[in-house]
Design a protein around this ligand. Sequence first.
Ligand SMILES: NC(=O)C1=CN([C@@H]2O[C@H](COP(=O)(O)OP(=O)(O)OC[C@H]3O[C@@H](n4cnc5c(N)ncnc54)[C@H](O)[C@@H]3O)[C@@H](O)[C@H]2O)C=CC1
Ligand SMILES: CC(=O)C(=O)O
Ligand SMILES: [Mg+2]
Length: 632
Amino acid sequence: MLRFTPRPRNCQNLLKPAISGRTITHIHTHTIKTPVGAEAAYSAPKPRSTRLSVDGPIECDLTGFQLLNSPIFNKGSAFTLEERKAFGLVGLLPSKVNTLDEQVARAHEQLQYLRTPLAKNDFCTSMRVQNKVLFYELVRRNIRELLPIIYTPTEGDAIAAYSNRFRKPEGCFLSITEPDSIEERLAAFGEAKDVDYIVVSDGEGILGIGDQGVGGIRISISKLALMTLCGGIHPGRVVPVILDAGTNNQEMLSNDLYMGNKFPRVRGEEYDQFVDKFIQAVKKRFPDAVMHFEDFGVSTARPLLQRYRNVIPCFNDDIQGTGAVVMASMTAALQFSNRELLDSEVLIYGAGSAGLGVADQIVNHMVTHGATVEEARAKIHCMDRNGLILQNMAGTKAASEAQMAYADATEAWEGVDTSDLVEVVRQVKPTVIVGCSTQAGAFNEQVIKEMYKHNRQPIVFPLSNPTRLHEAIPADLMKWTDDNALIATGSPFAPVNGYYISENNNCFTFPGIGLGAVLSRCTTISDTMVSAAVDQLAALSPKKTNPKNGLLPPLEEIDEVSSKVAVAVILQSLKEGTARVEMEDKPNSEGKVSVPRDFEGCLEWVKSQMWKPVYRPLVKVEHVPEIHTHQY
Ligand SMILES: NC(=O)C1=CN([C@@H]2O[C@H](COP(=O)(O)OP(=O)(O)OC[C@H]3O[C@@H](n4cnc5c(N)ncnc54)[C@H](O)[C@@H]3O)[C@@H](O)[C@H]2O)C=CC1
Ligand SMILES: CC(=O)C(=O)O
Ligand SMILES: [Mg+2]
C-alpha cells in the first residue's frame, strides 16, 4: 500500500521520498552561491526544489469531468479500471482500457485523414489542450512528420490565422491598457514555486511574417511545446505570455474577428514601462522562472535583452539561440572541410535580431580562439535593406547602432554598388553566407556561383522562416555548386542527391540552454554559457562520420542533444559561480542525491530530471497535490 505525506503548497523543503520503496531524485539546494559581479543585481533567491522528475505515482485531487478536462492529468481511455472507480470516471468512458501505444496509433491514424498542414496543426492543438502525455508522445514518435506541423513552418500560418481559427485560450494575455493588472493575471498560473519557464513575445517580429499582434501568443506556446518535447521541462510548470501593445498589421486592424488590442503599437516610454512592470511582476511572483524572449521587433529585441539580462535569468532566442546554432553548424562545416575559424570571411544578409545575434556569436567564438574583438569584427560584413553597413552610416537612419559594430570602412568600398549582393560577394569573397533577411530567393544563382568561384565548399545558411521566405532552397544551392555547398536551413527540407540537409534552427539550442538554466537555477545566462552550448552542439555533428550526413544531429536525437547542451550550460554556470543548485561529489549524510560535476554523471542527473510523456499511476488525495500545476 502506498502512503503519501501531505505537503503544504509552496513547501520550500525538498520533496521527501513519500513513496515507500521508491527512489525519488532530488536536487540538494541548501547552499546558495552568492551572485558575483553584474549578476549581483539579481537578489539571491531562497532555496528550492525542482519537480521535473517523473518517476512514480502522481497525486491528484480532481475527479469526474474536472479530471477529464485537465490536460496534465487526463489519460482519456487509458485510465485503468481502478482509477475510473477511484476518480468517479465510471460511466464517463467506454469500457475498453487503452494503452498509450494504442492511443498514439489511433491519433496518428486520425491525422492521416486531414488534408492540410493547418488542419493537422488544429488537431495537434486540440490534443495539447486535452491530454499532454498523448500529445507529446504522438509528436515524439513522429517528430520528423509533426515538428513542421507544431512549429515552423505551419505554426506561422496558425499564428497569422489565430483570431479566425481560435477555439480555446492557452497562455497569459497581458494588455498595455491594463498594466496594473499584470500581477493578478500572472497569479492565475500559480505561486512562487509553480513556474520554471516563461516564453514571452509581443508579437511584433513573428518568424519572418512580422507583426501578428495577439496571435503571437502561439509562438510562445509553440516554443514551450519544444521546451517540453526536447528539453523535458514540465508542461504544467510553464507560462506562455503575450504582451499585447497593439498591432500595426492593417489586416488585423480591419479584421472584425481580431482578438487583440485594435490600435497601432504603443511605443516609447509607455511600452517600456509596460514591459518593466511585467518583468518586475514575474520576479516577484515567480522568482525562480527562467525567461525566454521570442520574436520581438528588431528595435526592441536587443535593448530588452541588454536591460534585463542581469535582472532575471533570461535570454533572447532569436539573438542568442540562433547565434548559437549557426556557430555550431559553422564549426561543424569548418571542421569537415579542414578550415580554420579565423580564416573565415562571413557575410550576413539581413542584420536584424537573428543576423546580429549570429555575428555576435561568431565574434565571441573567434575571440575565444585567439582573435581580438576588432580582428573578429573585421571578418564579418553585414548587409541590410540599405546595402552593406558602412562607417559613413553612423548616426544616420541607414543603420542602427548595433549594426555599426560591423561597419566596413567606407573608403574600401568606393566605386562599388554596395546595395548589390553579387557585387558585395565579389569583393568580400565570403566563405560563409547567412540569410536572415526574410527575402525569398535573395541567394540566387549569380550570388552563389560568384561565391563558389572563390571557395570550393561554400557554407550557405538560408535561415529565413517560414520555408517560403528562405533566401535559397537546398536543391538549387547544390545544383549551382556541383553538390559542394555545405548547407543548413531555417526550416526542414528533404535530402538532396542523398545529402542530408540539417535544420539550422534555434530548436537545437534553446531547449538545452533553457533546461540548463532551469536545472542550474542560474542567476544569469552569460555569453560563456551560450558558448559552452555551441561547443557541445558542434561536437555532436554527425558530418565527420559521413559526408552525406547533416551538419547537425538528426531531429530524432533532439532530446538527447538538448540534455547534453544542458549539461554544458550547467557545468559552465557552476564554474562561473552563478548556479544556485549545489552539486556534491558524494551523497551527504542526509542521503541526498549528489549531482556530479563530471559530464557523464551530470548527464545522468539531467536526464533523470526531464519530464517524459508517460502515464503515471494516479493516486487520489484530498489535499493540494505534490505536483501543483495551474493547468487544472
Ligand atoms: N533558423 C532559425 O533558427 C531562425 C530564423 N529566423 C528567421 O530569420 C528571419 C529574420 O528574423 P529576425 O532577425 O528576428 O527579424 P528582424 O526583423 O529582426 O530582421 C530582419 C532584417 O532583415 C532586414 N532586411 C529586410 N529586407 C532586406 C533586404 N532586402 N536586404 C537585406 N536585409 C533586409 C531588415 O531590415 C532586418 O534588419 C526571419 O525569417 C526569421 O524567421 C530568426 C530566428 C531564428
Ligand atoms: C526559429 C525562430 O525563432 C524564428 O524563425 O523566429
Ligand atoms: Mg523566433
